[in-house]
Design a protein around this ligand. Structure first.
Ligand SMILES: *Cc1c(COP(=O)(O)O)cnc(C)c1O
Length: 342
């Protein structure tokens, strides 16, 4: 994968701390980083390599700690993909459409052309069109599965075809993987050195406020991501809380995911009886994309009932579509009641 990197990144001498340069037994006087010496729990810099946290994640996910990158949200990992691989004004990336908005925002910020290839009418991948959109300057291919906002996970064979035929970096964003019955692509990392899988603590784990996202990739890609990131990108409070959650709240997370998945099913079965709803798209995520008679009207109507949803009707492939996150059973009842009213 080295040959895909930008030259400046390949040649970068990364920032290093005195605690990186020193290798030896633990010292009890730390006068190397201009910190305040008086202990208040947070007077020391956090571990820039997140070693403890990565070893826990690696063990739970069945990968090596060197195959884990931690970012300030997945958004940091998304931005880093452009910064590592794409020469501004020269290289390009390909994504599906519609999909998560950050791939295009980060492309614009980095002055990279993003070529958006429409999903088919049934929201499946158009493998040939995606490959046809690539050229010798295409460094990245973005696949969000389950996809936001359409909700569906893509067929394994289609993703495999892309992995086998596209020679650049294939990023599979699995932000919603916990809600899907399909397996994660993490298990295939060793087969595909150009695969990057994104996950996050923001959705199923219920830690959106902490800003912690994960990338799983080859040791090589992860080591370059680490060189380019801000040294202390994950603060100490976040590292501690994520560690505590991973060790003590796995069961709670699984229970919540099960409830959300069963609520998703109940919502879909209830809403399908509404005369205002035309389509409820199949979802492998923690939201439903629904097509209504008049999205703007329903968006405002729900606001008047105290409920905010996402109006996605401006997207070409989503006319009159609302994206509704699955909430608690009581919150979901509010939505169901709104649509059952005459
Ligand atoms: C919500 C979401 C994320 C999560 O982003 P964070 O920065 O980790 O909060 C990533 N990808 C997709 C597709 C999402 O919908």
């Amino acid at each position: 994968m080295i040959e895909l990197l930008r030259n400046n990144i390949r040649q970068l001498t990364p920032y290093s701390t005195a605690r990186d340069d020193y290798q030896g037994p633990k010292l009890d006087v730390l006068l190397d980083a201009n910190e305040n010496p008086y202990n208040n729990g947070y007077n020391r810099y956090p571990d820039p390599h997140q070693r403890q946290l990565k070893s826990i994640i690696a063990a739970q996910k069945g990968v090596s700690a060197e195959q884990v990158f931690m970012g300030n949200g997945s958004d940091e990992a998304i931005d880093l993909m452009y910064r590592l691989f794409c020469n501004p004004g020269i290289d390009n990336a390909v994504s599906i459409a519609p999909t998560y908005g950050m791939y295009s925002v980060a492309a614009e910020i980095n002055d990279i052309e993003l070529r958006e290839v429409s999903l088919r009418a049934d929201y499946s991948l158009d493998v040939e069109a995606l490959l046809a959109a690539t050229d010798s300057h295409t460094k990245l291919l973005w696949i969000c599965s389950p996809n936001n906002p359409t909700g569906n996970a893509f067929a394994e064979d289609d993703i495999l075809a892309l992995l086998n035929r596209f020679p650049g970096i294939v990023i599979i964003d699995e932000a919603y993987q916990d809600f899907s019955s399909q397996p994660s692509w993490i298990t295939r990392l060793n087969e595909f050195p150009h695969l990057v899988v994104l996950q996050t603590f923001s959705k199923a784990w219920g830690l959106a406020g902490l800003r912690c996202g994960l990338a799983f990739a080859s040791t090589e890609i992860c080591s370059y991501m680490d060189r380019v990131k801000y040294p202390y990108n994950i603060n100490m409070l976040t590292q501690q809380k994520v560690m505590d959650t991973l060790q003590n709240s796995l069961q709670q997370k699984e229970n919540q995911v099960n409830t959300i998945v069963s609520e998703r099913k109940r919502m879909a079965q209830s809403l399908i009886n509404s005369k205002y709803i035309r389509t409820i798209y199949p979802s492998d995520a923690n939201f439903l994309l629904i097509q209504v008679d008049d999205a703007k009207q329903w968006y405002n109507k729900l606001i008047s009932l105290g409920v905010l949803v996402r109006d996605r009707s401006s997207l070409k492939a989503c006319p009159n579509c609302l994206r509704i996150t699955i909430g608690t059973p009581e919150e979901n009842d509010r939505v169901i009641r709104a649509f059952m009213h005459d």
